[in-house]
Design a protein around this ligand. Structure first.
Ligand code: DGL
Length: 257
């Protein structure tokens, strides 16, 4: 981050749309002087139902936007973008690239001997990154995959009622099988914790947001920069930008217990 103590670090935080705001929110709650640029690529959302090569290309484009803005580091606040591109972009880019990891490890540790369910997009479920993590943890038999395609788009449009209907369907398998531990493997789903808990009160939810934030703070020594964070939001939106910004500021207020 350079030696200049006065310089406020600039960090680019990206997602396909609104999901990464759940991570940005946690970063903004910290007392560190950092400028965050948030980019939601709504014009190309959802990422999770695309070809991996396309997600890589889209994520690279957003990263290039951040590089023009002279960021010091980039956070892919999107499990899908991380699965499809983090490995490659870390090789290509001149700044550190951070990503998300589904909270499978903490969920397995918190529920010894039980199965856990992973809610994620098609890309996250099928990519090598997840399979490598599962075999590293020796957990291949304990993780049940729940495909949640369609859910992120409902969050991007603030359609909470429709999202709840879709979740009801998705939760049938864990409810029937008595699987209590649910891993939210997509940053959008963090905004749906209340809906999930309403439908399945016994569920115990795990997400990777805090782990990622801790890792970012430690790696970039942000705790040496006491002060107040600042942020700017950017969206590639095909829709009404005012509406998009309105929903984004609502989401930044939405409490995620
Ligand atoms: N927020 C993204 C994630 O964490 C996914 C949303 C999408 O499909 O674009 O996986």
């Amino acid at each position: 981050m350079g030696n200049n103590k006065e310089r406020v670090p600039k960090i680019g935080v990206m997602d396909s749309g609104m999901g990464g705001l759940s991570v940005l929110k946690e970063l903004l709650d910290l007392p560190y002087s950092v400028n965050f640029l948030y980019y939601g690529d709504l014009a190309h959302a959802p990422y999770g139902e695309k070809q991996t090569s396309e997600v890589l290309e889209l994520t690279r484009n957003v990263c290039n936007f951040f590089l023009k803005e002279e960021v010091d580091a980039i956070l892919l606040a999107c499990n899908t973008a991380t699965s499809a591109s983090a490995f490659k972009l870390r090789e290509e880019l001149s700044v550190p690239v951070f990503g998300m990891e589904p909270a499978i490890k903490p969920a397995l540790l918190a529920h010894p001997g039980e199965k856990i369910a992973l809610l994620a997009t098609s890309v996250t479920h099928r990519e090598e990154k997840l399979h490598a993590l599962k075999s590293e943890l020796g957990a291949s038999e304990r993780v049940v995959h729940l495909n949640c395609d369609g859910l992120a788009t409902l969050v991007d449009h603030g359609k909470w009622g429709e999202a709840k209907l879709l979740i009801k369907n998705i939760l049938k398998i864990p409810q029937e099988q008595g699987i209590r531990a649910l891993v939210l493997g997509c940053t959008h789903y963090v905004f749906l914790k209340n809906e999930i808990k309403d439908l399945y009160p016994e569920a115990i939810l795990h997400d990777g947001n805090q782990g990622t934030v801790r890792h970012l703070v430690r790696s970039l020594h942000l705790d040496g920069k006491q002060g107040r964070p600042n942020y700017n939001l950017f969206f590639s939106s095909p829709n009404n930008l005012k509406e998009t910004e309105g929903l984004a500021s609502q989401l930044l207020q939405k409490v995620s217990p």
